[in-house]
Design a binder for this molecule. Structure first.
Ligand code: OAD
Length: 252
């Protein structure tokens, strides 16, 4: 049951922020970064594949890993958590969705998120930065290393259009996210381990600015102490229930 204080805060909120991580896509079958992986990838730590150094050292390994993730996403569907977030945007005066995810499941559920970590669907040249165009939706994959394609302009290697560890986040997106966090009444942190900065600052900024921070996660995270409400459960079960309880007429 959703706490009555949260129901009241949500019903009277003017600005809501939803901040998501890999957990919101877990019930669509996309493994999170902390899940045990299967097959070839079980031998590697995702944190060590998501760097420019790793790409320089072994481009086929890194490109193969991202193509494997992209194939998973291409074959997946948004789940009830993604749809609940899109629905919530029609129930509050202003909702800003900020995601760390590089899949396109929020878009396919009808949302238009601020993307902090780029996209699996925007590859570009590692050397000259030239965009490679959107690759076909169903890549042939690739539970194995795969040579990246060559850039049409400079023949460099094409890399995934995601933000790797050690790289700067897109400035405009980060500014917009921080602004939204500073001015919201309620912030939901959904399916993120809250350990990767600067993204993990977003709920902290909201809490310090007086917003009620609501965490949706089956597990504990470092945000637990700061969150006003910790809703322990999966995004696809907690969020639809929260919507029903907050906005169905018989509950008002
Ligand atoms: P993580 O893989 O670090 O954390 C996923 C979180 O989702 C964990 O706290 C899980 O407990 C939670 N979770 C799992 N299943 C869930 C479910 N069904 N519903 C709700 N929560 C669930 O993913 P992120 O926090 O997104 O960065 O990781 C942050 C960043 O680290 C990623 O964007 C990526 C990664 O390395 C880059 O690629 C730069």
């Amino acid at each position: 049951m959703t706490p009555s204080e949260l129901l009241a805060r949500l019903r009277s909120a003017s600005r809501v922020v939803v901040f998501t991580g890999a957990g919101v896509s877990a019930e669509s079958g996309i493994p999170t970064f902390r899940d045990a992986l299967t097959g070839l990838w079980s031998k590697f730590d995702p944190m060590q594949l998501a760097t420019a150094e790793a790409f320089r050292r072994d481009p086929a390994l890194v490109w193969g890993w991202y193509e494997w993730r992209r194939a998973k996403v291409a074959g997946a569907k948004p789940n009830a958590g993604h749809f609940a977030i899109a629905k919530m945007a029609s129930l509050v005066p202003l909702l800003t969705l900020i995601t760390q995810n590089v899949d396109d499941l929020h878009e396919r559920a009808g949302s238009d998120p601020i993307r902090l970590h780029g996209s699996l669907f925007a590859p570009r040249c590692f050397d000259c930065g030239e965009g490679h165009g959107v690759l076909p939706a169903s890549p042939i994959v690739a539970d194995e290393p795969l040579e990246p394609p060559a850039c049409a302009r400079c023949a460099g290697k094409i890399r995934p259009g995601v933000v790797w560890f050690g790289e700067a986040l897109p400035g405009e997106a980060l500014d917009a996210a921080f602004d939204a966090a500073r001015s919201c009444d309620v912030l939901f942190s959904v399916g993120t381990s809250s350990v990767v900065y600067p993204a993990a600052e977003i709920p902290v900024i909201a809490a310090r600015s007086g917003a009620a921070v609501v965490q949706v996660n089956p597990d504990r995270t470092p945000l637990d102490e700061m969150a006003r409400f910790n809703l322990r459960g999966s995004a696809a079960s907690v969020l639809p229930q929260l919507l029903r309880e907050t906005w169905s007429e018989e509950n008002r």
